[in-house]
Ligand binder design. Structure first.
Ligand SMILES: Nc1ncnc2c1ncn2[C@@H]1O[C@H](COP(=O)(O)OP(=O)(O)OP(=O)(O)O)[C@@H](O)[C@H]1O
Ligand SMILES: [Mg+2]
Length: 226
């Protein structure tokens, strides 16, 4: 397997708070890596740095052979839009839009015309078993359904990597497990790499590999995979 995304010697401080202090982390194409670590250890910050949303004070981020931390904001957003997907703890869907409109958004924003975008979005909604609520707005569906739509939105443009920051954190165990299984199944089919932040050992057990962030550093997690 080839390395898709590599963060090397990453450093980032918020004021005097040195959140990342020489972090090394990499993910291969198609790989599922769980990022663990206590609350406040910098997991979300690390994801933002790797996705080019935050610029590190030190170190570098290489995505598909190209440094992205030194690119312009414009070039970084273009890469994010076309080649990355995001799922957060609370879906962050656009409430004014229906589920299918939310899901087709990444395609529409990257130039796919409306009919093929709609078709791809509906296929994925059906794959995630929420086709029946596709034309409802976000506040008219359950938390689990909304979160599955957020997963569909992250996958619809077949990104190379998905950043999932506690994607099941707002759901109960069963709903969370279904969302996660859907995310992993489609990501595997598409060979999409997934960087999955989670507090839960049970969730991390789905990953190919676990890493743990503590005191600004990264270490292989002490918890064995499966
Ligand atoms: N924009 C910001 N400005 C200042 N400090 C910040 C900012 N974002 C995060 N921090 C601080 O950086 C540290 C790491 O935060 P981060 O959100 O990355 O942790 P986390 O590991 O994701 O925690 P959690 O598990 O609770 O989500 C915390 O001490 C937090 O207060
Ligand atoms: Mg966080």
């Amino acid at each position: 397997m080839t390395t898709l995304l590599q963060g090397s010697r990453l450093g980032l401080a918020f004021g005097v708070n040195q959140v990342l202090d020489g972090v090394d982390v990499g993910i291969d194409r198609g790989e599922l890596v769980a990022v663990m670590g206590p609350s406040g250890s910098g997991k979300s910050t690390l994801l933002h740095v790797l996705a080019g949303l935050l610029r590190p004070d030190a170190g570098q981020v290489v995505f598909d052979g190209q440094r992205i931390d030194s690119l312009s904001e414009r070039a970084r957003s273009r890469a994010r839009l076309a080649r990355m997907g995001f799922v957060f703890q609370f879906g962050d869907l656009i409430p004014e839009l229906t589920l299918v409109e939310n899901v087709e958004l990444p395609l529409r924003l990257t130039g796919t015309s409306s009919r093929p975008a709609r078709r791809a979005a509906m296929e994925l909604l059906s794959r995630l078993e929420i086709e029946p609520v596709a034309s409802r707005r976000v506040n008219e569906v359950s938390g689990g359904q909304a979160q599955r739509a957020a997963v569909a939105r992250a996958l619809v443009h077949r990104p190379e990597v998905i950043f999932a920051d506690e994607p099941t954190g707002s759901l109960d165990t069963l709903a969370g497990e279904l969302v996660l299984e859907a995310l992993i199944a489609v990501a595997r089919e598409q060979s999409t790499a997934v960087l999955l932040v989670t507090h839960e050992v049970r969730v991390a057990a789905y990953a190919d590999r676990q890493v743990s962030l503590r005191d600004g550093h990264m270490s292989p997690s002490l918890t064995a995979t499966r």
